[in-house]
Ligand binder design. Structure first.
Ligand SMILES: Cc1cc2nc3c(=O)[nH]c(=O)nc-3n(C[C@H](O)[C@H](O)[C@H](O)COP(=O)(O)O)c2cc1C
Length: 207
């Protein structure tokens, strides 16, 4: 039987103060307890953001390898590492803050590295088709206000539709979101929200 692999992504630039990191660590500990011989790949985007797409990257991603400049080779090698980690995983846990209604820049930079024609997206008879099928993704979202889709700021939540859209584009449709919301200092809902997020994450490990 092959080993189950979890890709653990952190996207907060904060350290010990980060709620998403704390919840992500707890999820991973529970996942490891449930998968005795499971393998975890850690990818810390918050502390080591991926490079942005450059002209050399575009050359590397969209032209035949034989003609690649040294710069294109170097840039695409980095992208390949991100893609290899993603494709090696059976499950992903992505722990991230909402920044300005959407994905923090480090997570968006990762998205730009892993959406790759020929690796995670193919061209079928009917157009684009996702190649990263069969994976399960858990997304832990931390926000200062209530950005749950049904929450007071739900109409401004561009994080979930964006990430769901991107994951669907590469073939991943089994995606669960857990919200730790209302985390701003002094918000009376904060502790309850964190407790509910912990309970939801535990049930995702068990599922
Ligand atoms: C640059 C920046 C932008 C933010 N934008 C939002 C926002 O749009 N909506 C929101 O509810 N909270 C926002 N926040 C608050 C964070 O989402 C909140 O502090 C969250 O806990 C951060 O995640 P972390 O604890 O894992 O670092 C923002 C914080 C920062 C620093």
């Amino acid at each position: 039987m092959s080993t189950t692999t979890l890709l653990h992504i952190d996207a907060s630039p904060r350290g010990e103060r980060s709620h998403s990191r704390k919840l992500g660590r707890e999820f991973v500990a529970a996942w490891q307890a449930a998968h005795a011989d499971g393998r975890v790949i850690a990818r810390d985007l918050g502390h080591n953001p991926p490079p942005f797409v450059t002209e050399a990257w575009v050359e590397g991603a969209f032209t035949p390898p034989a003609g690649h400049s040294a710069a294109a080779q170097a840039e695409i090698r980095i992208s390949d590492q991100f893609v290899d980690e993603l494709l090696a995983a059976d499950e992903l846990v992505i722990a991230a803050p909402i920044y300005n209604f959407g994905l923090p820049a480090a997570l968006k930079a990762w998205v730009d590295q892993i959406v790759r024609i020929g690796r995670t997206v193919g061209m079928g008879a009917g157009g684009f088709e996702g190649l990263a099928r069969g994976k399960k993704v858990h997304v832990i979202v931390a926000s200062g206000s209530d950005f749950r889709p049904t929450g007071a700021y739900g109409a401004y939540n561009f994080f979930e539709p964006h990430l769901r859209g991107i994951l669907g584009f590469i073939g991943i449709t089994d995606v669960q979101f857990v919200y730790a919301h209302s985390l701003n200092d002094g918000n009376p809902l904060r502790e309850q929200s964190l407790a509910e997020a912990r309970t939801a994450l535990k049930s995702l490990v068990a599922a």
